[in-house]
Design a binder for this molecule. Structure first.
Ligand code: DHB
Ligand code: FE
Length: 303
């Protein structure tokens, strides 16, 4: 049986991908940002490495644009090419998928009433490749894991609610638990944290709110699922809304989590970098709210 062994949260600041590709990760101002991932790289190398990562991320007008805006899309392809974001594709390996697991998750989610868009051909951009670089380092010849990309629209209004994301995470946990192969699976939630790239508030950083958000992902609190879009925008900036993707990861981990590692760093660009490694202390798979009818919080939310 496949099982979720960890959740990881990580920003996807594009300049860090550039720094890694140019061999500058050990130089200021990038070093302090990368140093906070050393613990995770060592842990993954020694004990934490999964077979597959379900990588929740957002596309930045690379695979999607204003012509097509899926709220939730799952990558079911054998491999995913690296998008050209204007300067040529990053010099990193293609991302290898896990079509059997991805199709299984797609089927399970859709029958669980999440209407996923299925992608059989999709280039992936910095939203997906920068977290891979932070976790596996620069200059890898092949990524050491398979990846199921799960793209979320947080670019064009309206993004999904935090609670909808949390519920999707719970449904992902059910999907993974019903996959017959013995696989270790991570769920990564990426993007964020304080983050406003344009307008008079460009460069907004709210350390207090960001760290409070990190605190509230740990343990068994469910308070974050009810944070409204307007709070993300007000407190963390317009692109701070990317943080709803972290709730998909958190929802997939079950009721109780323990932080194995935490890192917060400002500034490396004009946004805040956050990183968290979470252990699912109680990996009990939540029941389906619709099929079993006994998940009260979820029932209330979908009513
Ligand atoms: C930055 C962060 C992003 O998430 C992004 O998509 C582009 C730029 C930044 O911090 O510079
Ligand atoms: Fe982004």
């Amino acid at each position: 049986m496949a099982r979720i062994t960890a959740g990881i949260a990580c920003s996807h600041i594009p300049v860090l991908g550039y720094a890694a590709d140019q061999g500058k990760a050990d130089e200021p101002p990038f070093k302090l940002a990368f140093d906070g991932f050393e613990w995770t790289r060592k842990w993954i190398a020694e004990e934490g490495r999964p077979d597959v990562v379900i990588l929740v991320y957002n596309d930045h007008a690379s695979a999607f644009d204003m012509n097509m805006i899926p709220t939730f899309a799952i990558g079911c392809a054998e491999r995913f090419g690296i998008a050209d974001e204007g300067f040529g594709p990053r010099p990193v390996p293609d991302v290898i998928g896990h079509p059997d697991l991805a199709w299984h998750i797609a089927q399970s989610l859709i029958l669980d009433e999440f209407d996923m868009t299925i992608m059989n051909d999709m280039a992936v951009d910095h939203g997906l490749t920068v977290p891979l670089t932070m976790m596996f380092g620069a200059g890898v010849e092949a990524w050491p894991v398979r990846v199921v990309p799960l793209a979320v629209n947080v670019v064009t209004y309206p993004p999904p609610s935090g609670n909808r994301c949390w519920l999707l995470g719970e449904a992902i946990a059910r999907a993974v638990a019903s996959f017959d192969e013995d696989l270790k699976v991570h769920v990564w939630g990426t993007g964020g944290m304080s983050h406003q790239l344009q307008g008079p508030r460009a460069g907004l950083i709210n350390r207090q709110w960001d760290n409070d958000f990190l605190d509230r992902l740990i343990g068994d609190t469910q308070a974050l699922r009810h944070v409204q879009h307007i709070e993300y925008l007000r407190e963390a900036g317009s692109e701070g809304i990317e943080l709803v993707m972290w709730l998909i990861m958190r929802g997939a981990l079950g009721r109780e989590t323990r932080a194995l590692h935490r890192h917060y760093h400002v500034p490396v660009s004009n946004s805040a970098l956050g990183h968290l490694v979470l252990d699912p202390v109680d990996p009990t798979v939540p029941p389906s709210p619709t099929l079993e009818g006994n998940n009260e919080a979820a029932q209330a939310a979908i009513r």
